[in-house]
Design a protein around this ligand. Structure first.
Ligand SMILES: [Zn+2]
Length: 79
């Protein structure tokens, strides 16, 4: 079980996707095996928006930088 950084609800790993930082940007770890810290998120724009509003990614990933979530948003929306 992991906690979604957006809605803070616990869910099975298979229901969430893993986000990691690469070069100061948030990227989706599709195979859930990239090294380093990961943040877990439901695959929906609502939880992404909540996570951004709460600044959950810098906290979960221990990275104080301005993390660019564009790649995650594109992944979620398919654009
Ligand atoms: Zn969620």
């Amino acid at each position: 079980m992991r906690t979604c950084v957006g809605c803070r609800q616990r869910a099975l790993i298979g229901e969430l996707f893993r986000v990691v930082v690469q070069d100061g940007r948030l990227v989706v770890d599709e195979r859930r095996r990239l090294p380093g810290r990961g943040a877990w998120l439901h695959p929906g724009p609502d939880c992404l928006a909540k996570a951004e509003r709460r600044r959950a990614f810098p906290r979960a990933l221990r990275d104080p930088g301005a993390l660019d979530a564009q790649a995650v948003r594109e992944y979620l929306t398919g654009t």
